[in-house]
Write a protein that binds this ligand. Structure first.
Ligand code: G6P
Ligand code: MN
Length: 446
């Protein structure tokens, strides 16, 4: 089996490679093709992979290329994990939004829209080329904003485009641990859009165990989402929201925390990751060790401003181990390639699973996965307020897709203006101007 990774010089690639190295199953990935627009980044990551593979028999053979067509031809699976505009772009997204007093997070609010507007045209071009050069390949999208980008790709690849995020898995794992149940055998009733979903039930041995958690304030205070949102709010909701809903439910506080911060997340990562790639240019630098140190720091500071705004303290040690996104990716590939039936929470076209969204809307729901792909499981409708949010954000995503397709500045303004976290059409217009001036990738908007 051959796996191609677009954005193969990305920092998280060694996590995926580590999972591949540990995979001894029949039909595992034996060839890994890494594509990146930046050969220097490919070289840096290749050094880490070489350290990881040392002493491992039958390690997947790694090829590096900057030629997209060459990378796609012959692929069985394509991971798309690109970052259009780099971390410099992410930092600009945050800065410009915050200057208008709105959120600039890379997937939520104004920042997510800006990132989506410059990523969708690139993702669609990749999808078109994949459909032509590797028509049998399955495309697994990690590129944020993952739900929107997966929907853009699905317009060319249909249900062969599947989006992945580790946040629902992480939430499920934390809740299961808190309840003392095995996450492998539990059924997580989770639904919504990417970074906009709610866990409404956890069924284990035929019983819903979530009410037991919601009734126990001490248990609620003992894990990440409980500390972020507070027991009172979780009890009011009667569900556990995805951590990214913190930006909605505590918008004023998170915007303030971001504004007051010495550096935004994007600016921090630009420097932190920049140091790693620079260090990898030095001959003799310990690659795996440097990478792992950098990774640990990145994990420890994840969502730090949110935790600070909520007084939630440090992340739990158990949340600092990786094992989220690469595990989902491996399980997904195994299920498809070997027909090893499994259930995973994925981003796929709705096909009636979640009312009232249309069939082509990409949603994040539990899916049954087998050799025929990922089949969304029909789930109970969300309560009114959650349905409202999901519909509003999906409408925003559709404006982004329309803007990318038509090049219409009007549609881009509508995307910002209709977002629940952008509070004025005038702000939306200024955001489009400022983002267009900052990002060459938005030059298509007229
Ligand atoms: C979580 C999210 C991802 C995001 C990642 C890294 O896993 O689900 O979408 O890419 O965190 O966030 P960071 O702020 O470190 O880039
Ligand atoms: Mn995610």
């Amino acid at each position: 089996m051959r796996l191609t990774v677009l954005g193969g010089g990305g920092f998280r690639l060694p996590l995926v490679y580590g999972a591949l190295l540990g995979d001894r199953t029949e039909g595992r990935i034996t060839r890994l093709v890494l594509h990146d627009v930046d050969a220097g980044r490919l070289g840096a990551v290749a050094r880490v992979l070489a350290d990881q593979a040392a002493g491992v028999p039958d390690a997947p053979e790694v090829t590096l290329t900057t030629d997209l067509d060459e990378a796609l031809r012959g692929a069985d699976f394509v991971f798309s994990a690109i970052r259009v505009g780099g971390l410099e772009g992410r930092a600009a997204d945050e800065r410009i939004a915050l200057a208008e007093g709105v959120l600039g997070q890379e997937t939520v609010g104004a920042g997510g829209i800006a990132y989506g507007l410059r990523t969708v045209p690139v993702a669609e071009e990749i999808a078109r080329r994949t459909a032509r050069l590797a028509p049998g390949a399955w495309v697994i999208n990690f590129t944020n904003p993952a739900g929107l980008v997966t929907e853009a790709m699905s317009r060319h690849l249909g249900d062969r485009a599947i989006g992945i995020c580790d946040s629902p898995v992480g939430l499920g794992r934390r809740v299961a641990r808190t309840l003392g149940i095995d996450p492998e055998t539990a059924w997580f009733d989770y639904a919504g859009l990417n970074h906009l979903g709610w866990l409404r039930g956890v069924r284990s041995a035929g019983r819903d165990e979530l009410p037991r958690l919601l009734a126990d304030r001490e248990l609620l205070g003992s894990f990440e989402e409980g500390r972020l949102f507070g027991a009172d709010w979780l009890q009011s909701l009667g569900a556990i929201p995805n951590e990214y809903l913190h930006y909605y439910y505590f918008n004023r506080e998170t915007v303030r925390a971001y504004r007051d911060a010495e550096r935004t997340r994007g600016a921090f990562l630009r420097e932190q990751q920049g140091r790693f790639y620079q260090e990898m240019e030095r001959p003799g630098a310990p690659a795996l060790e440097t990478w792992d140190r950098t990774r640990a720091e990145r994990e420890a500071t994840y969502m730090a401003h949110n935790r600070e705004a909520a007084g939630a303290g440090e992340r739990a040690a158990s949340d600092l181990e990786s094992g989220g996104y690469e595990k989902v990716a491996l399980a997904l590939m195994g299920a498809i390639a070997q027909d090893r039936r499994t259930t995973l929470i994925l981003n796929v076209r709705n096909r009636g699973a979640l009312a009232p969204l249309d069939a082509d809307a990409v949603v994040e729901v539990p899916c049954l996965v087998d050799a025929n792909g990922a089949h969304p499981v029909s789930v109970a409708p969300l309560p009114g307020h959650a349905t409202g949010l999901v519909c509003a954000v999906k409408a925003v995503e559709r404006e982004v897709l329309a803007a990318a397709e038509s090049g219409s500045r009007e549609r881009a303004v509508a995307a910002f203006a209709l977002h629940p976290l952008v509070d004025s059409v005038a702000v939306a217009r200024r955001l489009v101007d400022a983002y267009s001036a900052a990002h060459p990738g938005l030059g298509y908007l007229r």
